[in-house]
Write a protein that binds this ligand. Structure first.
Ligand code: SF4
Ligand code: SF4
Length: 359
């Protein structure tokens, strides 16, 4: 199973769409590393993903955990302190997810002046320092982002193995009700997705490679192999978050919501947490539930906090994405049959690495 470990709620950035995240106490870990180790010993193959706040503000704790627990390691970081991880620890990571929203202009506008340059420099540096795992650019996509240009920018700089994104939550909340332009932006976002899928297919044809666009690969994998998917981020299924006080949340983002609390490292065994918190309607009756999986447990269980047409708008992006990929399926099958590309290139991720697949 997969465990987000919130190393601290402190952050060294103050991004527009986040504002520092959850600030409910405690902000720092209250349990001991042996407590965590005891809990994780109930899982033969844990994936430990360091999360925050900004997890690299607590590298000493991170290293202590990496030294005492065997499993796979992932980190989701804003990238500013990546240059502080020694090669010995870098080598232990299977995946590093670096927050970057696209080009310099959009990243610095959302995350702060100078952030883009530092993140790009540090991402190159960890490669030079021996990190050979999966380097993922993890974009947040707030209203107004040109998805086509920004994904292609990250593709073009040639540093990242994969690019993943999530739509910014704020535009769908009730508090955003009075904001204008969300519907128009969703239309332009969907048009950008169509152009990106077109580019993706063209790249397969002309270069014989499957560009690492995570939402496309993940969904195409299901379309090609026909395996039904549950909630793709895995929250509440096999993916949990250890909060600083030792309680366990189904989702790393909804830690302050009662529905999300599944147990604690002191009282519960890993397997006993599974399927306690699940998605509900309208997803279960949806005709694309086995492909979408419900998209996001948090949004699904906090529906009453959404703007009036919030759920409809979110689903319209998922439906559009799935439609575009279904339309591309015959071309991809043909290219696989003609050996232009390989089937195995769609077998991603190898394990749940914290990419939610559905944006
Ligand atoms: S498309 Fe919407 S309703 Fe359907 S499963 Fe996904 S999130 Fe749920
Ligand atoms: S997709 Fe939703 S439920 Fe899953 S990790 Fe992200 S916020 Fe949590």
């Amino acid at each position: 199973m997969h465990y987000h470990i919130i190393l601290t709620k402190e952050c060294n950035l103050n991004c527009n769409y986040c504002g520092g995240g959850s600030d409910t106490p405690p902000k720092e870990i209250q349990y001991t590393i042996p407590d965590l180790k005891k809990f994780l010993s109930g899982d033969k193959a844990p994936v430990v993903e360091f999360y925050g706040g900004e997890p690299l503000l607590r590298t000493a704790t991170m290293k202590e955990i990496m030294d005492s627990i065997s499993g796979r390691f992932v980190i989701q970081t804003n990238g500013l302190l990546l240059d502080k991880i020694e090669p010995h620890y870098l080598e232990k990571f299977n995946s590093i997810l670096v927050s970057i929203d696209g080009g310099k202009e959009v990243t610095d506008r959302n995350r702060g002046s100078g952030v883009y340059d530092k993140v790009v420099r540090n991402s190159k540096l960890i490669r030079e320092s021996g990190f050979t795992g999966d380097l993922v650019a993890r974009m947040t996509v707030p209203q107004g982002t040109n998805i086509y240009e920004n994904v292609l920018h990250l593709e073009g700089i040639g540093i990242f193995d994969h690019i993943h994104w999530q739509l910014g939550f704020e535009m769908f909340w009730e508090s955003w009700e009075e904001e204008t332009g969300v519907e128009a932006w969703i239309s332009s976002y969907n048009a950008g997705i169509s152009s990106l899928v077109e580019w993706w297919i063209e790249e397969m044809k002309s270069a014989g490679r499957v560009a690492g666009i995570v939402p496309f690969i993940g969904i195409m994998n299901s379309l090609l192999f026909g395996a039904p998917s549950r909630l793709r981020c895995g929250c509440g299924i096999d993916f949990f978050t250890v909060m600083p006080d030792g309680r366990i949340s189904a989702c790393p983002v909804s830690i302050d919501f009662d529905f999300s609390i599944a147990g604690s490292i002191f009282n519960d065994a890993p397997q006993s947490l599974c399927d306690k918190v699940c998605v509900v309607e309208p997803c279960i009756s949806c005709n694309i539930f086995t492909i979408c999986g419900g998209r996001c447990l948090f949004v699904n269980r906090a529906q009453d906090m959404l703007r009036k047409n919030g759920y409809f708008l979110i689903c319209s992006t998922v439906r559009h994405l799935v439609r575009e990929l279904e339309a591309a399926l015959p071309y991809i099958r043909e290219m696989i049959d003609c050996k232009v590309i390989g089937r195995k290139e769609f077998k991603y991720p190898e394990f749940n690495n914290g990419c939610e697949i559905i944006p």
